[in-house]
Design a protein around this ligand. Structure first.
Ligand code: GLU
Length: 488
C-alpha cells in the first residue's frame, strides 16, 4: 500500500490560510518595499499605524442606554490634516479601520492629495435605527472625536464611507461648529457635506466618476490593454459590477450611458442579475432603492447564487462593495480579464497572487477609488477659501469667448455669409465652466496623472509586473520623501 498522503490531504496541508484585510495590506506593502532601497527603519515607520483611538459611549434610545464602540485610526501624519472616511457597519473592527487608514495614506500620496491617512468606524447596523436616533448617535460619536482633535480642519478631516453619506457629514460639521463657535474654517472639518452645508458639486458621484476616468485612461494605452487581452475602446465591453451602492451605481451608470459599456451582471446582497444583452443600470438602481434588493426585479433573471455571476465571463469586473470578496477560493474561477477595485481591499493578498499568475490585470483600489478623496480635497480647499470654484472667472471667460465669436461672425458677414459657426459648438464654447465642470476636470486630470505615474513604474522596471506594486512604489516613495524632508 502506498504511504503517500492522499492528494486532497496533501493539498489541504499545503493550502496557506487566507490573509485578513489588514494582513493583505501589509503583505502587499512588503512586496513593494522589498524592491525599494529605503533607509533602515523607515519601512517599519511607514507601515505601522501611528495611533488608534477607541471610544465607547452611551446614548439613551428607546428608554434605555445603548453602548456603541467607535474608532478613529491615524496611520501616517507625514502630512496634515490626515484624511479618510467614517464607516458605519456592524462588522467594523480595529484591524479593518487600521487597514483602511493605511490605504488612505498610500491613496492620498498616489493622487497627490496633501494629506496623511486616517479612517474611522462605528460598529453599528444603521438600518436598525431611525433618522433621529442616527443623528443622536452620530453627534455623540463626533463629539468624542472633536474634543480630542480627531475631527479638526487642520488635523483630521473625515468624509463619508460605507453606511454614511451627506446627511451624517452635515451632522458632524454642525456638531464641530457648535463646539468651536469662533473657528472661521469650521466647515473644512469634514468633507462630503451637502451643497447647502458647505459641500462641493460632484462629491457624491466622485468615486464612481473616478472609476470611469481610471478606465478611460487605461483604455488610452494599447500596451496596457494588451496585457489584459483587451483591445478597442470601452464601447461594447461587458462589465459585471458587484455592489450597486453609491460607488458601484455611479461607475456603472457613467460607463453605460457615456462610454457605451454593457453592464451584463449586477451582484447585490440578496442575489445577482445577469443579462448578456445588458441591464438597465438606472432601472435596477431605482428598483433597489424602492424594494431594498434585486430579487424580484422584473426585467432580468435573478440568480440566487451570486458567486456564479461574479465568476461569469466578462471583460471588466468591478468589485464595488466590501473587502475580501475575491479570495483564494474563488480567484481561480474568476473569468474577467481586467478587475478594477472600486471598493477598498476587495481582493485578498492570496487571491491577488493567483490572479496575477493567471495574467489578470488588476487596477488597484488605492488608485481606482481615489476619486472620492480627490474631490474631498477640492471641497476642503473650497471651504478654506470660502468661495465657490469658478465664481470669479466664469463670466469673464464667457465674455472673452463672446469677443472671439463676435469677431468670427463679423468676418463671416464680410465674406457674404459663405460659412457660419455650428450653433452647438457656439453654445459649448460660450459657456464658462461652473463648479461641477471644474471639479470633473480636476478629477480627470488627477486620475490621468496618477495612472501615468503608476504605468511608468509598471513598464519601466523589470522587477515590477503589476499595477498594484507600481502604485505602492510610487506612494511609498512619496511618503518616504516627506519623512526625509522632515528630517526623520
Ligand atoms: N471614504 C472614502 C475613501 O475610502 C473617501 C475618503 C475621503 O474623502 O476623505 O477613499
Amino acid at each position: 500500500m502506498s504511504t503517500q498522503p492522499k492528494p486532497e490531504a496533501h493539498a489541504q496541508a499545503q493550502t496557506p490560510a487566507e490573509p485578513s484585510f489588514r494582513q493583505s495590506v501589509d503583505l502587499m506593502f512588503n512586496r513593494a518595499v522589498a524592491l525599494m532601497d529605503l533607509p533602515p527603519g523607515l519601512e517599519q515607520k511607514i507601515r505601522v499605524c501611528n495611533a488608534t483611538y477607541t471610544v465607547r459611549f452611551g446614548v439613551r434610545l428607546r428608554g434605555k442606554i445603548e453602548t456603541f464602540t467607535g474608532y478613529r485610526s491615524v496611520h501616517s501624519e507625514h502630512m496634515e490634516p490626515v484624511k479618510g472616511g467614517i464607516r458605519f457597519a456592524d462588522t467594523v473592527n480595529q484591524d479593518e479601520v487600521e487597514a483602511l487608514a493605511a490605504l488612505m495614506t498610500y491613496k492620498c500620496a498616489l493622487v497627490e492629495a496633501p494629506f496623511g491617512g486616517s479612517k474611522g468606524g462605528l460598529c453599528i447596523d444603521p438600518r436598525q435605527y431611525d433618522e433621529h436616533e442616527l443623528e443622536l448617535i452620530t453627534r455623540r460619536f463626533a463629539y468624542e472625536l472633536i474634543k480630542r482633535d480627531l475631527i479638526n480642519p487642520s488635523q483630521n478631516v473625515p468624509a463619508p464611507d460605507m453606511g454614511t453619506g451627506e446627511r451624517e457629514m452635515a451632522w458632524i460639521a454642525d456638531q464641530y461648529a457648535r463646539m468651536n463657535t469662533t473657528d472661521i474654517n469650521s466647515r473644512a472639518c469634514v468633507t462630503g457635506k451637502p451643497l447647502n452645508a458647505g459641500g462641493i458639486a460632484g462629491r457624491v458621484e466622485a468615486t464612481g466618476r473616478g472609476v470611469q476616468y481610471a478606465l478611460r485612461e487605461f483604455f488610452r494605452h494599447p500596451e496596457d490593454m494588451a496585457a489584459a487581452g483587451l483591445a478597442g475602446s470601452l464601447d461594447g465591453k461587458r462589465v459585471i459590477v458587484q455592489g450597486l451602492g453609491n460607488v458601484g451605481y455611479h461607475a456603472a451608470t457613467f460607463l453605460q450611458n457615456e462610454d457605451g459599456a454593457k453592464i451584463i451582471g449586477i451582484i447585490e446582497r440578496d442575489g445577482a442579475l445577469y443579462d448578456e444583452t445588458g441591464l438597465d443600470v438606472d432601472a435596477v438602481h431605482e428598483w433597489i432603492l424602492r424594494h431594498g434588493g434585486v430579487s424580484d426585479y422584473p426585467d432580468a433573471r435573478c440568480h440566487e447564487d451570486s458567486a456564479a455571476v461574479m465568476e461569469a465571463e466578462c471583460d471588466i469586473l468591478i468589485p464595488a462593495a466590501l473587502e475580501g470578496v475575491i479570495t483564494m477560493q474563488n480567484a481561480p474561477r474568476i473569468q474577467a480579464r481586467l478587475i478594477i477595485e472600486a471598493a477598498n481591499g476587495p481582493i485578498t493578498a492570496g487571491a491577488d497572487e493567483i490572479l496575477r499568475d493567471r495574467g489578470v490585470v488588476i487596477i488597484p483600489d488605492m488608485y481606482a477609488n481615489a476619486g472620492g478623496v480627490t474631490v474631498s480635497y477640492f471641497e476642503w480647499v473650497k471651504n478654506l477659501s470660502h468661495i465657490r470654484f469658478g465664481r470669479m472667472q466664469r463670466r469673464q471667460e464667457e465674455a472673452r469667448h463672446q469677443l472671439v465669436v463676435d469677431q468670427l461672425e463679423r468676418l463671416s458677414d464680410s465674406l457674404g455669409k459663405t460659412w457660419s459657426l455650428d450653433p452647438q459648438f457656439k453654445d459649448r464654447y460660450l459657456r464658462g465652466a461652473d463648479e461641477l465642470e471644474l471639479v470633473r476636470s480636476g478629477l480627470d486630470d488627477t486620475m490621468r496623472t496618477a495612472y501615468q505615474s503608476m504605468r511608468q513604474v509598471w513598464h519601466g522596471r523589470a522587477d515590477v509586473t503589476d499595477l498594484r506594486t507600481a502604485a505602492y512604489l510610487v506612494a511609498i516613495d512619496r511618503v518616504a520623501s516627506s519623512y526625509r524632508a522632515k528630517g526623520l
